[in-house]
Each structure stands twice: as structure tokens, then as C-alpha cells.
Design a protein around this ligand. Sequence first.
Ligand code: MTE
Ligand code: MO
Length: 201
Amino acid sequence: MTSASRGFFGRRRPSVDPARLPPGQYWTDDFPVLSAGPTPRTPIEDWSFTVRGGAAGTVTWTWEELGTLPTETFTVDIHCVTKWSKLDTTWTAISLDVLLERAAAEDAFVTAWSDGGYTTNVPLEDLIGGRAWLALAYDGEPLEPEHGGPARLLIPHLYFWKSAKWVRGLELRTDDEPGFWEGYGYHNYGDPWREQRYAGD
Ligand SMILES: Nc1nc2c(c(=O)[nH]1)N[C@H]1C(S)=C(S)[C@@H](COP(=O)(O)O)O[C@H]1N2
Ligand SMILES: [Mo]
């Protein structure tokens, strides 16, 4: 085998089921870092996660308290609006069902907010029913700061910009407020399978 062919077969899987790729996406083995600003580094003793606007009022967990909640480890595909998809990514995460149930969430819209000022909006129904998580580890290792550590949202059924890195909380609202990228013309919902990249798609 020449080094060129070794490189080729080393970098690309010989076969990826095309049915796993949403329209217009290509797959990559890399894990690109996409951040609209510097990586925040909040000391873990100052870090907390808050859900506000639920019937239970404002509920806040320290990092230590979060550590007492049940986690799940599972493998999913992720899809970035810039057209890369990464298949079979393995995460350890707390189901948002657990956090939203504790907060008695019942309003229809959610804005996630992050250290550094990033926000994104998601309908509440997309965050419940075992489809969305607060991810704490990737591939068995604590989440790296560049990828959103200590904790990020993980909503694999929507484009990856909805998976807010460095997330610090969820605000439950009765009105839908566009988040950071949504305000710059990205699609309000962002379903990769319907190729909802930009407003109007
Ligand atoms: N706080 C924050 N979260 C963010 C972003 C960001 O810029 N800031 N970028 C989003 C986008 S566009 C993508 S594709 C993914 C990238 O995650 P990664 O850097 O771990 O690949 O994070 C999303 N979450
Ligand atoms: Mo993205």
C-alpha cells in the first residue's frame, strides 16, 4: 500500500450509509471547533445551571449538585449548518427531561443562554421526550473547553448551532425570541432533515 492510499483509507471510512446524511451534508471524522467568540473559562466553583420561568420558580444546580443527577451514555450523529456531519459521537449527559421536570416546565418556548453571551431558542417540546441533554463528557472524557466544557446542550436532531456550548441556563417563555444565530438570519427551528439552514428555507 502506498502512503497515499493509506492516507486515503485512514481518513475516510470505506462506506457510510448515505441515508444517515441529511441533504447537503458531508461527513467528517474531525471534530471542528466553531465558536463565535473566545472560550469562556468560568471557575467550576462559580459555575451553576439554572432553569427559570417554570412553575417551580427558578431552580439552580451547582456543579456538585449536578453530579448527583443520573447520566446516560449514548451515541448520536451531529450535523452543523456549515455542512459537516459527524457520525457516531459518544456523549455522557443528563437528560433535559430530568432538569425540566424538576423546574415544572410548562411554557412553550425556551431560550438557552451561555457564558460569553451566546443564546439560542428551541421549542420546549424539542427538549423533552429523551431528545435533548446537558452533556458533560465526550468520548468518555470531560468535555473540553473548546467543545463547550464544562457543560453544553446536545440536541442532535437539530443543527448543531442549537447545541449551546458553555450553557448556563434555560429560560422558559411564552413568546419565541430569536437567539444569536437565529437573529442573523439562520432558521428559527433548524431541522437538518428538512435542510432548514436559513430563514425562509
Ligand atoms: N456558546 C456557544 N455555543 C455554540 C456556538 C458558539 O459560537 N457559542 N457555536 C454553535 C455552532 S454553529 C456549532 S456548529 C457548534 C460547534 O460545536 P463544536 O465547536 O464543539 O464543534 O456549537 C454551537 N454552540
Ligand atoms: Mo455550526
